[in-house]
Each structure stands twice: as C-alpha cells, then as structure tokens.
Design a protein around this ligand. Structure first.
Ligand code: PLP
Length: 461
C-alpha cells in the first residue's frame, strides 16, 4: 500500500523521520496522517474514523476534540506573555500557580514542583537530582538506580537506561552503567506454578533485598517504579507488593520515585496511582494527562527532605545548575492549569471510577476466549494477553507476531490499540461514554475474530 502522490501521507514519507517507526516502511507507504479529532475519535486525511483506544500515547484524557476552555487559556496567555523562563529566580505567573496546584494535589506530602517538557526529561532530571542530593549529603558512592524488568521511563540516555525493554536499548548503546534491574511484578507471567500472588510479591521483595545486599546498600540511591507498568503491557502489581517493597527501600535509605506519567490524574480511579497501590514516594514524575497532552509539560514533585538537600547544595555551589529553556513555559503551564480545573469541574476521577466497571465488564467478556490468557485492568487502563495455551500460559512464538497482527486487523475495523508483544493494551480517553467503551470493544471483538480465523487458517490454533 502506498500513499496517493502529493498527499500529506506521501509527503510525510518523503520528508519526515519519526520515532518508534520503521523508517523504510514510512518512506514507502507514507505516514498515517491525522487531521482532526472528536471525543475519543480521530479522522485521517481521507476521512476515515478511528477510535483511539490508547488515548494517543496514554495521554489524551479529554479526547481529541477542541477544548474551548483550553483554547481560551492558551489565547489569554499568548496575548499576555507568550514566553518567559525559570532561570535565575525568574518565572512566569502560570508556572507559579501550577507548582502550587500540583503540590496541593500530591498524594503524599511534597514540598516543591519542578517543570520539564516530557516524561523522559522528568525522569532524567530526577536522576540528576538524586545524584546531586547524595553528593550534597556527602555520600558520593550512593548513586546506582534500581528499575524493573519491563519498566518504561522514557528514551533519553538516562531515562532510556531505566526503561527495562530490550528493544529500547538495542544498538543505542544503552543502558548506561549503574542501572540495576529487579523483578517485574507480573504474577500471571512470572509467578511459578501454584505460587499465590501474595507469595510471588514476597519473592519479588526478597529478590529486591538480595540485589541491594549484593550490590551494597551504600551504593544504591533510588528505585524508579510506575504504579502500573504501562508500556510494558499494563502490568498491575499484586495487592501486597508495595507493602513488602516499601520497608526494604526505607531500611536501606533508598529513595522511591513513582513514575506517574501514565497513572497520574485519574487513570487508575484515583488522582494518582500512588494512592491506588499504596506507594510512599519521595519523588513523583508526571506528564501526559497533566495537560491532557494538549501542551508539552512534565512535572517533578520532591519532598521536603530531598528539597532541603538540593536547596542547601545549590546554596553551597551558587546555583542548581540544571534547567531547560522551556521549564515552566507559560503556555504549557497555563494549559495544564486549566486542564486541572477542567478535571475538577468534570469530576474526572469520579467519572473514571464510575466508568471503570463498564470498561472492566466489557474486557472480561473476552476472558473465556480460547486465545485469551489474562484480562487485567485497573481503573480505565487494561490489557488482554493472548496466549497459545490457556492452561500453561504458553505464549505464541513472537515471530508469528500475533499481537501486532491483531492490532493491524483492529486498524481495519477503525480501532487503534497498542500491542506489547501479545498483550493488547487499552487506555481510552477518560471522557469516553459507556456507549463509546462498548463501541471500542465491539471493534476489538471483530479484530479478535479475524485473528482467530487467521491463526486457524495458518494451523496455529
Ligand atoms: N514514563 C512513563 C511511565 C511513560 O509511559 C512514558 C511514556 O510513555 C514516559 C515516562 C516518557 O514520557 P515521554 O514520552 O513524554 O518522554
């Protein structure tokens, strides 16, 4: 399939090199050009409608249609002060207000907010803060960072190193030294035969402590964790997991960074995944739904202890010599502030909590399907994992590309979802209606039927 000559799709193929894309295929086929949006739907150049079941990249909480209040907030800011920066004690008004708002919304006591432009930058910056903090405390050897198998924390050099997905490292010469890897808390995939979820959580915690002791607690600065591992395949930890992990981190004075880039702002049925799963973070990174993805902005929340370390060291050195031209950009901050007001006015968290049972009931309808191994969900995020053998949980040979094939077939039925190998991820906009959630899964059901027929034809099931 190749794009019509001179279409935007063809011009994209000719001129644009994009991320997470097979460049040669894009050059040959042209890009998938999205022209406009309406609620959870997007529309392409040729007018075809798609339900975006992943909220773009787990971020478009308010969907893809124009938001009059955000337009007004952006216009107001552009008319007043389109840019100012945050270096040398300067700041534009919306960044002040947003910092105050975010600290007020924090799920555990937090002291200060710092702004970046993306989740990756936020996690990179958090690593630098942690290194600086330990230098400030006179323990320069306490620098290693723990992350988990299947974690996703971004793609920049340090955040990409935290990411625990081999494809993100391959031939980029990542990870950097000093990143330690601990278990992915996915009971269905990594639990042993007959092991309960609680016992599996105990084993994850014991392995974490073994790792810490083997490396030397005096060398380990922090652990990064997503409350739900999103891009790893929507992995939801066992109920007792955090109650077992937290004391180990505290015992060895290891900071916890909750990466709330996907979970923050209602996704799991609370404002924060930290609340849903009982984390006790010292630092929180957030982005995506912070502005409903309508402006690039990310935030880092730090607690008083971390802040004091950074503050005192910045005073000793003369400055916290880290900053981004667009940190706290007034346009992004104004849009994020208004987004948070919209969330409050729409009672978006209550709404997500009310819609969650509908989303989950629709998902569970697939649980008995012969190809479905696990249906997992929390709030309005979930995944359906396809397997070759339901009893043993045996996966299909990845070379068969079962998940990606289903996603391609779903595309033909006007549904965009994400495969993580054979786990199909769902993360619809928080403003979706019950009927739209039903529509999303009806489209998925047709794709699953097509996938089953294809696998049968090929003799794989
Ligand atoms: N952290 C998590 C949990 C994410 O899911 C992502 C992106 O999907 C990131 C960090 C990186 O964010 P960005 O793509 O804005 O750099």
């Amino acid at each position: 399939m190749s794009a019509r000559p001179n279409s935007l799709a063809a011009r994209d193929g000719a001129f644009h090199f994009h991320g997470y894309t097979n460049a040669l295929k894009n050059e040959q086929d042209g890009g998938f050009v999205v022209m406009r949006g309406d609620g959870p739907f997007i529309y392409t150049e040729d007018g075809k409608e798609y339900f975006d079941g992943l909220s773009g990249l787990w971020c478009s909480a308010l969907g893809f249609g124009p938001q009059p209040r955000l337009i007004e907030a952006a216009k107001r800011q552009m008319e007043t002060l389109p840019f100012y920066h945050t270096f040398t004690q300067k700041v534009a008004a919306p960044a002040v207000e947003l910092a105050e708002k975010l600290v007020g919304l924090a799920p555990v006591p937090m002291s200060k907010a710092y702004f970046c432009n993306s989740g990756s930058e936020a996690n990179d910056t958090a690593i630098k803060m942690i290194w600086y903090f330990n230098n400030a405390l006179g323990r320069p050897q306490k620098k290693k960072i723990i992350s988990r198998v299947k974690a996703y924390h971004g793609v920049t050099i340090a955040a990409g190193s935290l990411t625990g997905l081999p494809a993100i490292h391959a031939d980029f010469d990542l990870p950097i030294p000093g990143i330690l890897r601990t278990d992915c808390p996915h009971h269905y995939r990594f639990g042993e035969m007959g092991e309960s979820a609680a016992d599996f959580a105990t084993r994850c915690a014991e392995n974490l402590e073994k790792l810490i002791l083997a490396e030397g607690p005096e060398t380990i600065a922090a652990m990064f964790a997503e409350p739900v591992q999103g891009a790893g395949g929507v992995i939801i930890p066992p109920e007792t997991y955090w109650a077992k992990i937290t004391p180990i981190l505290k015992k060895h004075d290891i900071l916890l960074v909750a990466d709330e880039v996907i979970c923050g702002f209602g996704r799991t049925g609370n404002w924060w995944g930290t609340q849903t799963f009982g984390l006790q973070p010292d630092i929180i990174t957030t982005a995506k739904q912070l502005s409903a993805a309508q402006a690039p902005i990310a935030g880092i929340l730090i607690n008083q202890r971390v802040y004091e370390g950074l503050r005192d060291h910045s005073n000793r050195l003369g400055s916290f010599a880290h900053g981004l031209t667009y940190s706290g950009h007034p346009l992004s901050a104004a849009i994020a502030l208004e987004t948070l007001k919209i969330y409050e006015d729409l009672k978006i968290v209550d709404r997500a909590r009310e819609l969650a049972p509908v989303f989950q009931r629709e998902m569970r309808k697939f649980a008995d399907h012969s190809l479905v191994g696990e249906v997992r969900h929390v709030g309005l995020v979930g995944a359906i994992e396809l397997v070759k053998d339901k009893a043993s949980h045996e996966s299909f040979d990845p070379k068969l590309t079962v998940g990606p094939t289903l996603v391609r077939l779903a595309h033909e039925h006007g549904l965009i979802v994400r495969p993580v190998v054979d786990s199909i991820c769902f993360c619809p906009p928080l403003i979706s209606t019950e009927a739209q959630i039903g529509d999303m899964f009806a489209r998925f059901s047709r794709a699953l039927d097509d996938t089953t027929a294809w696998l049968k034809r090929e003799g794989h099931c």
